[in-house]
Ligand binder design. Structure first.
Ligand code: GLY
Length: 433
């Protein structure tokens, strides 16, 4: 197949990497990326096309005569890139702009959840700072304030500091003028889990769960990031979790979206908290999560192209049961100096080949660039994902951190406790009340 992947991150690199490993009819796929990054460029042809420009992506699909377009990030989806590609007559993995509102608007997602009977946190949609203050006081600490719209991973604040919660709300409201809205929610206790569910608008097929580490520092301290690491599988999660997600969350949501005339095809990212009151949805996203995709796809043994094409063409009902590697996989993210604040770009990156020479280790690129003289440098907040597979979670962690130790990047940061609690058996799911 000829496949075009849209986006620039480690998630898109993970998708390209998985597709590059496939030889469905004995022949490799022909892979293209727009615009991609230097790591993706080792496995696919890069095209300097703006990922958010639907007309340009559709024109590229036309020029290449691709069999499938895969739209990775949320911004192009919300901007209607999948719509433009579909209108040009190409199968596309990723929801329409209307369906991507499940991520584009937290208030819209809450409305769909309520209509579909999906268990989630109580919430107030607020348009003034007085409403926010009242909602914060109604729920009490810890406070959860979410920008209604896309905010490049900076839209959610969870804090026990009421002033900080109000300040985030004030900034989010001001940033969108008259359209400013924030969602104030009740805090959900318990460990968080990400489950990706593939849909073709009617059927749903769940992938294996993963866990993300959102805070910048060890022990979940410091500000939120896009995600500093992940691992899968989750041996500690309840046995019936994925079935519960399908039955109580994903299928009712997909049914509700179809009922509204905005069928959701693509991947529904179900962010969950396993609380003392049961499983609750923390958030929906309309695309694969990053950094969880890097570990989930590393374990998927069914050809990814088959899954993505079935979603794009309405064939999920006929897809064979997915096959998975039982081996644990760990992803440790290497981030730039200053992340998640103002990052320093241009520092030279070394050691990737040495890390990849380790057994079971591969490195995916996110914020990287090549200079005119061919040096690989940091060019973003999250720079690399170091992925390692092992026979046990401990072994996978050890290898991932061995790989990270070989990466050279001045001022870089990484967490040292990715998957540590799980490896030590220290994660407890609260007893349901
Ligand atoms: N892992 C968080 C996200 O992709 O939004």
């Amino acid at each position: 197949m000829k496949i075009l992947v849209v986006g620039t991150g480690a998630r898109e690199h993970a998708i390209v990497h998985a597709l590059a490993a496939e030889t469905p009819d004995g022949a490799a796929h022909e892979l293209h990326a727009a615009p991609g990054n230097p790591g993706i460029g080792r496995e696919a042809a890069l095209h300097p096309v703006d990922a958010n420009d639907g007309a340009a992506v559709a024109a590229l699909a036309q020029e290449l005569r691709v069999d499938l377009v895969v739209v990775g990030p949320e911004a192009p989806l919300v901007a209607g890139v999948a719509d433009a590609v579909a209108a040009a007559g190409f199968p596309v993995f990723g929801p329409t702009a209307a369906a991507a509102q499940l991520e584009g608007s937290k208030a819209y997602a809450k409305d769909v959840m309520a209509a579909a009977g999906v268990p989630t946190a109580l919430a107030h949609v607020c348009t003034t700072i007085d409403e926010v203050a009242a909602a914060l006081d109604a729920f009490g600490a810890p406070y959860v304030v979410k920008d209604d719209g896309l905010a490049a991973g900076k839209g959610v604040v969870v804090t026990s500091d009421r002033d900080a919660a109000l300040e985030h709300a004030r900034e989010a409201l001001a940033a969108r003028g008259d359209a400013g809205r924030v969602v104030v929610e009740a805090y959900l206790d318990g460990p968080e889990v990400s489950v990706f569910v593939i849909s073709d608008g009617t059927h749903v097929v769940p992938l294996q769960p993963a866990q993300d580490f959102k805070r910048i520092f060890d022990l979940d301290e410091g500000p939120n990031t896009g995600g500093m690491g992940a691992y899968s599988p989750l041996d500690w999660a309840p046995a019936g979790l994925v079935d519960e997600v399908v039955e109580r969350i994903a299928q009712p949501t997909v049914d509700e979206m179809a009922r509204r005339g905005t069928p959701f095809a693509g991947v529904l990212y179900v962010g969950l908290a396993l609380t003392s009151r049961g499983t609750r949805v923390v958030e929906f996203n309309a695309r694969f999560g990053d950094p969880e995709t890097q570990v989930v796809l590393a374990r998927l043994q069914t050809p990814l192209s088959r899954v993505l094409l079935a979603s794009a063409t309405g064939g999920l009902g006929e897809l064979e049961p997915l096959r998975w590697s039982p081996s644990p996989v760990v992803n440790v993210v290497v981030a730039s100096h200053g992340y998640p604040g103002t990052v320093r770009n241009g520092d030279v990156i070394t050691g990737i080949a040495d890390a990849e020479a380790l057994d079971g280790v591969h490195v995916l690129h996110a914020g990287t660039a090549l200079t005119a003289d061919g040096a690989l440098v940091a060019a973003g907040g999250r720079v690399l994902s170091v992925i390692a597979e092992g026979e046990t979670l401990d072994a996978a962690r050890d290898r991932a951190y061995e790989g990270v130790a070989l990466i050279g990047l001045d001022g870089s940061q990484h967490r040292t406790d990715i998957a540590l609690k799980a490896a030590r058996g220290e994660i407890a799911v609260p007893t349901t009340l």
